[in-house]
Design a protein. Structure first.
Lengths: 202, 202
């Protein structure tokens, strides 16, 4: 059975949990309290030298870090990955966009504000920069969803799961989704998928 | 024939060019001068709303942004992608690590210093943070290469191409690779692969 080392409020961990549940894969969860240094212990660093969750333990193979490596491994051959090669590449384009643009902005601001409880005054210029970059990511997502039901090939895929993870909790970092109707309607569609569960559910 | 929209000093673009060359795929290059706003014109934004190079034009299908989406699309079914599912997931883990940790630190510092010609004084605290994060990425890469010839399954793969791109020009951002012998020897191995070309070669 798979074992997932995870911190429940993590959007990156949530991606892995959603895929495990939506594909009906059995797993055990080992909670890691990253706020108390749980991902930086010698034991954890021996499993993932980068000291980060989520981390998937694959029986007889080893440890797999990075949310997108985990979900693409779990979903291989399933309906969550497009069969067409170009559509699959478009799916990866959205996953890369999420990790490079949306997560480091929207995910980071949410982490600072709703998990570390930092104030605007403490964060200063860094917050202003990240908010700007977060809204730029939302602009790209809004445009990518124009006239589309899902991000790739009109079918629900890992791209939707990945982008949903931090976008649906963007308000926890103070982002206002009101000017993004395509994004809001798409969030509703993703949250109505079979097997969907809230972010902090194990 | 493929068309690659690219800016030659870009490490992300270089990944795509290396894969195209090492797989013997024909392509035409359209240089985009990002320093003169070439990736933010209405024409370019119509192809990639995220306004970034590299961008691959795939005949009869459309436009594909994001270096890792591009290289995994181009290399599908080739020797550059491991056939074993877990090894393939480990390859993706390295690609994700590169885009989330190594490129935003080492790649960004190189961009500031060697392309934008910013000074240490101008960059201040931002530079100190990025340097710290860049060296942390090099620590992880050094550890990942311990006892290994290549990053995944002892075979040259997209993981090596991706991590090579910004690591081999880390010195252009002032990073010192002297304390990283595993990294230095691996850089030499990657640079001796058939079809290897320098970063700014079209």
């Amino acid at each position: 059975m798979y074992r997932l080392y995870d911190y429940l409020p993590s959007g990156n961990g949530y991606k892995a949990r959603l895929v495990l549940k939506q594909l009906g894969l059995k797993y055990e969860l080992t909670p890691i309290d990253i706020m108390k240094g749980g991902s930086r212990t010698p034991e954890f660093l021996a499993m993932n030298p980068n000291g980060r969750i989520p981390l998937l333990e694959v029986p007889e193979r080893g440890y797999l870090p990075e949310s997108h490596a985990i979900i693409s491994f779990l979903a291989e051959g399933s309906h969550l990955i497009p069969t067409d090669a170009f559509d699959r590449a478009r799916m990866w384009h959205w996953l890369c966009f999420e990790q490079y643009h949306l997560e480091p902005s929207i995910g980071t601001v949410r982490f600072w504000i709703s998990i570390l409880h930092k104030t605007r005054a403490e964060l200063g210029e860094k917050l202003i920069e990240k908010k700007k970059s977060g809204y730029a990511s939302l602009d790209v997502l809004e445009e990518g969803l124009r006239g589309r039901t899902y991000l790739v090939g009109e079918k629900y895929s890992l791209a939707d799961i990945s982008l949903f993870a931090y976008t649906h909790v963007a308000h926890e970092g103070g982002f206002d989704l009101a000017p993004y109707p395509n994004v809001r309607h798409w969030l509703d569609r993703v949250a109505s998928q079979p097997g969907w569960t809230p972010i902090t559910e194990a």
